[in-house]
Design a protein around this ligand. Structure first.
Ligand code: NAD
Ligand code: DAU
Length: 331
């Protein structure tokens, strides 16, 4: 099996490469990553000698055509992934998430290869705090931000290429990931590293917003399951019943790092801030027999805090620039 992993130097993609190396040692892995601010070669330490790494852009038609021709399956993680950035400058999101996905689809169609498209639960918009329902494969698309709308558009492109051109593709929409190698712009690593640099964590607005946390290895074990057993044209939602409001997560991080739970600041809220995400993953569980391993969020968070304490060389070079960006928006 030859897999082409797009965005394999980013958070989830690099963890996926490590997982495949371990679980499917005979698979040949090629990574394509343009090495945006979010790509980090150090995230591939320990596997780089066993894979082919190509620095390049998924929007590059000729390069993508060549790489897709030489693989069996494309696992498409590459995207601009951060909502706050999409509110400051939407263009890179339109480019990578829509045009990039289009290039991949055209190459997959031409060469008759399989595609697994990685997407997000944010395509469904948000839920009220007291809504008894969760997102399911039947929920109507209703994205809120430039990020989520370009991801929704990329899902629609994949569905259209399946129906109109008969390509072989699956889609997964996952909830919020946490774990090692996540960029310090994101919520959990930002707060851990603020504390490590002797500053106070920063909560947007009231902090009532709920995210459905899943460990990155659980997301990736589900992706592997779908690649191997998923049905053509199907969408699978990935989540692990990890709903927590942001205020509680900050308090858990603070107490896990020996600080008082109230030692954080409220900062400017995100415009259009989605209130709540919650995933019903019963299709994945019942049809493919997937099960998450990291069901204790507190334990997973503890291990993640330890990873950021032990790997300061990985995140220190990214931190000052990230905080400078946040200062401009009062966040
Ligand atoms: P990330 O920002 O950490 O990594 C994205 C990677 O893609 C980076 O290495 C970047 O250099 C690369 N990339 C971006 N544009 C590219 C382009 N045009 N050509 C080649 N490479 C490019 O993101 P992540 O958090 O690892 O997310 C990966 C995927 O998972 C995305 O598609 C995202 O929408 C999806 N997702 C993320 C989460 C989450 O919680 N982080 C949850 C559900 C789905
Ligand atoms: O739901 C899946 C999505 O999860 C993915 O598609 C995205 O790629 C990923 O970035 C994530 O999106 P969110 O916007 O939910 O994640 P983020 O880490 O940016 O923020 C999580 C919550 O924490 C959100 O409600 C905003 C809030 N927040 C964030 C930051 C950075 C804060 O309160 N303070 C902060 O400093």
């Amino acid at each position: 099996m030859r897999i082409l992993v797009t965005g394999g130097a980013g958070f989830i993609g690099s963890n996926f490469v490590h997982l495949i190396r371990k679980e499917r040692p005979n698979w040949q892995i090629t990574v394509i990553d343009k090495m945006s601010y979010a790509g980090n070669m150090a995230s591939l330490d320990g596997v780089i000698d066993d894979i082919e790494f190509v620095k390049g852009d998924i929007c590059d038609e000729i390069l993508i055509d060549k790489l897709v021709a030489n693989c069996d399956v494309v696992v498409h993680f590459a995207a601009e992934s951060h909502n706050d950035n999409s509110l400051n400058n939407p263009w890179p999101f339109v480019e990578s998430n829509l045009i990039g996905t289009y290039r991949i689809l055209e190459a997959v169609r031409k060469h008759g290869k399989k595609l697994h498209h990685i997407s997000t639960d944010e395509v469904y918009g948000d839920l009220e705090l007291d809504d008894p329902n969760k997102f399911s494969e039947e929920t109507r698309y209703n994205p809120s931000s430039p990020y989520s709308s370009t991801k929704a558009g990329s899902d629609m492109l994949v569905r259209a290429w399946v129906r109109s051109f008969g390509i072989h593709a699956t889609i997964s929409n996952c909830s919020n990931n946490y774990g090692p190698h996540q960029h310090v712009e994101k919520f959990i690593p930002r707060q851990i590293t603020e504390i490590l640099e002797n500053r106070r964590p920063k909560l947007y607005g009231s902090g009532e917003n709920v995210r459905d946390w899943i460990h990155v290895d659980d997301h990736n074990s589900a992706v592997l399951k779908i690649i191997e057993e998923g049905l053509n044209g199907e969408t699978y939602l990935i989540g692990a019943n990890g709903e927590k409001d942001n205020k509680s997560v900050i308090e858990l991080i603070l107490s896990g790092m020996g600080k008082k739970p109230g030692d954080y600041d409220h900062v400017t809220d995100r415009p259009g801030h989605d209130m709540r995400y919650a995933i019903d993953s019963s299709k994945l569980i019942s049809k493919l027999g997937w099960k998450p391993k990291y069901t204790n969020f507190k334990e997973g968070l503890k291990a993640t805090i330890k990873w950021y304490i032990d790997n300061q060389d990985w995140w220190k070079p990214l931190k000052a620039e990230t905080e400078q960006k946040y200062r401009k928006t009062g966040q």
